[in-house]
Design a protein around this ligand. Sequence first.
Ligand code: AMP
Length: 398
Amino acid sequence: MKVLVVNAGSSSLKYQLIDTDTKNTLAKGLIERIGIDGTKLKQEVNGDKYEFEHPMKDHVVASQFMLDALTDENHGVLSNMDEIAAVGHRVVHGGEKFTQSVIIDDEVIEAIKENIPLGPLHNPANLMGIMACQEVMPNTPMVAVFDTAFHQTMPPKAFLYGVPMDYYERLHVRRYGFHGTSHRYVSARAAEFLGKDINNLRIITCHLGNGSSIAAIHNGKSVDTSMGLTPLEGVLMGTRCGSLDPAVVQYIMNNDGISVDEVLEIFNKKSGLLGVSGVSSDMRDIDAAAESGNENALVAQQILDMGIKKYIGSYAAVMGGVDVIVFTAGIGENSIELRERVMEGMSFLGAAIDKEKNKVRGKEADISADDSKVKVVVIPTNEELAIARDAFELVKNL
Ligand code: AMP
């Protein structure tokens, strides 16, 4: 079955056409600067790169260009858009309503709207993507796959914050967690790769990319994760600060005379690796700067390493041990050095890596030392494939 996977941002539309039988990506595209000058579409099919600039005033127009590109005689992969059996949409915040992927109907759209206060940066854009696709593909079933859904199995002791219960009951303030599609995919894939039953495993998944989160997965269910009400909580990220004392907000506001929105903008966009190092939000730049003696880049690296270690230690404690540690996403899949630094001194947990086996980038590998009780693996994430599979499962019997 051919499934179109769509990830809509406020001015962008990322898409992949996936064949769920072969797991192959047939086409991959990105439309940027929707509604702004210089809107560009880039598409790749089997190494053939197709790119053009054309005004697109909104997501509906952009979706039509996406379909035109996919069915283009010279650069496309489809002879007819009816070949698309389903569209899978990434939706960031599903709140407490969505514990799994669902077929989109009016009620689902209303529920995604209701969750806008929880995901103000992402849900409106995700909705625009859904509604635009519905307009240009009115007869194609659409599925919503939520970043938060996988973490809905967390128990109250993991998802509640220590604030008056009224805030949870009235305002739904709680830990939701994100990257759920990735944590679900890599944990299941790690179990398969190791030939083990996921229902009998304690797994810690480290999704380390520009945004990073770590999850504790006990018998296939998420029992804790590092991101919270928003993706700001947890380990240090590219531009996000990760966890800190909330009183820092008031202290900065009072001293610098800036608003809470400005402080949050700094915590989201100007902190993390970028803010600490003053160099870049990109791990490769941080590594290069640290290597050449930049002390702030070095300490940024160290904050991240230590944060990951602390989560691994605490999640092992929560699950009464750990059987598998998974590294995934841009940094987790590619940074040999970070994996080595994080896993150093972890033998007290029965976890050690083999430095030679660790010399892999971007492919599935068991990097554990022969005598390591804990399996340490690299599993490239594939959120698009996971979304396409969910869409397939939901629409196959329609
Ligand atoms: P993602 O958000 O999953 O695309 O991950 C992006 C992050 O992965 C960026 O910080 C990149 O610098 C990092 N990354 C990609 N390749 C490497 C590499 N070879 N070594 C270290 N970090 C990398």
